[in-house]
Design a protein around this ligand. Structure first.
Ligand code: OFO
Length: 173
């Protein structure tokens, strides 16, 4: 059984994951309209992943006797000057998600809710992975540069990341 405090914090995280899914859809669209197909594929997949993370929270709250709330959608940012700005926005988004997860872990600890703490471990590991991915892409862009054939190579690199990503799956529990 969830305490009202934990339930409300979990619902806050639903909003964050939902906003990320929406924001990454906008990034995918920006990339696609700039002819960066590899990067578009990567962000479409990221968007799906964030939705899967949101659904995992839905299931957990409802299975634990609470009520998952469908969040309102905010208009995400749609304009960027270049791919570096897109990736920086992506990294910022992941840091925001991590902050939300850390806050949740803190609240679950305060509430002595060890089941929720255990549930959150998957998110803690996932966020570490996602922040690393975003930082690695940023490093690669710095290395390659945005001039001459740089954009082509960057798009290939980001597209290659999409190729090794497992398809986002529905939550198992
Ligand atoms: Fe769900 O925010 Fe990243 O992975």
């Amino acid at each position: 059984m969830l305490s009202p405090t934990v339930e409300s914090a979990l619902n806050d995280q639903i909003s964050i994951e939902s906003h990320s899914s929406n924001a990454y859809l906008a990034l995918a669209s920006w990339c696609e309209t700039k002819g960066m197909e590899g990067s578009a594929k990567f962000f479409y997949l990221q968007s799906e992943e964030e939705r899967a993370h949101m659904l995992r929270l839905f299931k957990y709250i409802n299975d634990s006797g609470g009520k998952a709330l469908t969040p309102a959608l905010n208009q995400p940012r749609t304009d960027f000057s270049d791919i570096m700005e897109v990736v920086e926005y992506f990294l910022k988004g992941e840091v925001r998600v991590s902050d939300g997860i850390n806050k949740l872990v803190y609240i679950a600890t305060q509430e002595k809710d060890y089941t929720t703490l255990n549930f959150l471990q998957w998110y803690v590991a996932e966020q570490h992975e996602e922040e690393t991915t975003a930082r690695n892409i940023k490093d690669k862009i710095n290395l390659i540069g945005l001039e001459a054939n740089g954009l082509y190579l960057i798009d290939k690199e980001i597209g290659a990341l999409a190729a090794v990503k497992p398809a986002a799956s529905e939550p198992a529990n």
